[in-house]
Design a protein around this ligand. Structure first.
Ligand code: PHE
Length: 470
């Protein structure tokens, strides 16, 4: 077909592609396909145009074959046959004066012939397609539009098109002098990859990690999802009778149910702190139950990781200040709703250094939140078993346009730090927040199930843009 078209255009421009298709005895669409390909290579020019005309509907076709209803009514009156009951045709016949009523004294109205029609005008109009508007309002015709192209010679017009090569192969390289290569298309978007998308939660995690590393924080190892109550609670000076240690709040592990090992001397110092106190504290003054401390659980917070790291830090002498962070999964036996699941991710940061104050904590928190776009902060006194003082952090969220709780923080208690062996003037400031909440706000996700778990929409994962905080 390509050859046919080029030969045809060599003679002269094609005024109407649809006519040309008939001439060349090919399908119009097929012809246009080839023309378009030739146009892309500059062999031809294309100019879109359209033409429309009226084409009879099935009813119009019937009239063309059998005459119009009004003509049929005229014929029935003329021939004395039964007058068809067709209101439309009857009205038309009356209007044209082909039939009329006469009323003689004392008799009923009678339908008689009027003027004799020269022709069946409707049928004629249809044949000639002249009375367009009437035919359309009577639904006797519809408008048909044909798009066609005017085709001429393009800048690269030639009688033969050599197929340009797109792929480089050993064969094409061997014949590189004669082979014509396709031009590079630097604007092409390329193929969309179908896999390897980063989950929105992980995009935010990556960004948080970058921010914290930029602030000089080192990432803690968070691979212990199963923890002992000792590291999750006791090391944090959380009383063994604390309600959070209840099975209603914590998932305990059945198998293996007990932790066998921990640093014996440190364990003893923790027990002593709980039972008797120390470092200026009177302790909880209740018996410390070894069985309670050994219970395995799914960690309820990453502060268990912080406790392990601080213990390690205390063992390296002399003490060196440190900044640690972690972002990983924690588990709580809570009732689930649109914003809570029983597992989520915690972002946790801590700084251990000499003589840190609450002011240092506040400024560290300010710096961190400013980096994710939250600059207006309020601090509210709160209680945590392992920090004193403790503060809930509220932020004015520019996206939500309201004050909202965005984290929890505090200075770790001496009862927690002293048994680890940290020098008494070393203070540890720390804060934590969930990863889910800022992610949901950032990506406008209102139900946590849409973000995390088996109901999360993979298409959202594919479509979510990169996470960039201001
Ligand atoms: N562990 C706390 C929580 O689970 C967060 C926190 C971390 C609070 C560090 C104070 C200091 O909410």
């Amino acid at each position: 077909m390509e050859k046919l078209i080029l030969e045809r255009v060599a003679i002269g421009d094609i005024e109407d592609s649809s006519v040309a298709a008939e001439e060349l005895k090919v399908e119009h669409q097929a012809l246009l396909g080839v023309v378009q390909s030739l146009w892309t290579d500059g062999f031809l020019t294309m100019e879109a145009s359209s033409r429309s005309w009226l084409s009879p509907t099935p009813e119009g076709e019937d009239i063309l074959r059998n005459g119009s209803p009004e003509y049929r009514i005229y014929c029935a009156v003329r021939d004395g046959t039964e007058v068809p009951s067709d209101k439309f045709g009857f009205n038309a016949a009356m209007k044209k004066g082909w039939v009329k009523f006469v009323k003689e004294e004392g008799k009923k109205k009678k339908l008689v012939l009027g003027t004799e029609p020269k022709t069946d005008t409707t049928r004629e109009a249809l044949q000639e397609l002249r009375e367009e508007r009437e035919l359309i309002t009577r639904k006797l015709a519809t408008r048909v539009t044909l798009k066609y192209f005017k085709i001429g010679r393009g800048p690269n017009f030639a009688m033969r098109r050599v197929k340009k090569v797109g792929d480089i192969s050993a064969e094409t390289l061997k014949n590189w002098e004669t082979v014509e290569f396709k031009d590079y298309n630097f604007r092409t978007l390329g193929e969309r990859v179908s896999g390897g998308y980063v989950q929105p939660l992980l995009k935010v995690r990556a960004e948080f990690r970058k921010i914290l590393m930029g602030m000089g924080f080192e990432e803690m190892e968070t691979n212990l999802w199963v923890e002992s109550s000792f590291w999750n609670f006791d090391a944090l000076f959380q009383p063994q009778s604390h309600p959070a240690r209840d099975a209603h709040d914590t998932f305990f592990v059945k198998d293996p149910p007990r932790t066998l090992e921990w640093p014996a001397d440190y364990y003893e110092r923790v027990r002593e702190m709980h039972e008797k106190g120390g470092a200026g504290s009177i302790g909880h003054r209740s018996p410390f139950d070894d069985a309670e401390a050994r219970k395995n659980l799914l960690r309820t917070h990453t502060t268990a990781v912080s406790a392990r790291m601080l213990y390690q830090l205390a063992r390296t002498k002399p003490f060196k200040p440190a900044r640690y962070f972690s972002i990983d999964r924690v588990f709580r036996n809570e009732s689930m709703d649109s914003t809570h699941l029983c597992e989520f991710h915690q972002v946790e940061g801590l700084v251990a250094d000499y003589d840190l104050s609450l002011g240092n904590l506040i400024s560290t928190i300010r710096t961190f939140f400013a980096k994710i776009g939250i600059t207006q902060l309020r601090f509210k006194p709160a209680f945590n078993p392992y920090t004193e003082p403790s503060m809930e952090v509220f932020g004015y969220h520019p996206d939500l346009k309201k004050w909202t709780e965005i984290g929890n923080s505090g200075m770790f208690r001496p009862e927690m730090l002293a048994p680890m062996g940290l020098p008494p003037n070393v203070k540890v400031i720390a804060w934590g927040l969930s990863l889910e909440r800022p992610t949901m706000i950032k990506y406008r996700i209102s139900n946590i199930r849409d973000l995390f778990g088996h109901k999360a929409d993979l298409n959202r994962t594919k479509a979510t843009p990169m996470c960039i905080f201001p």
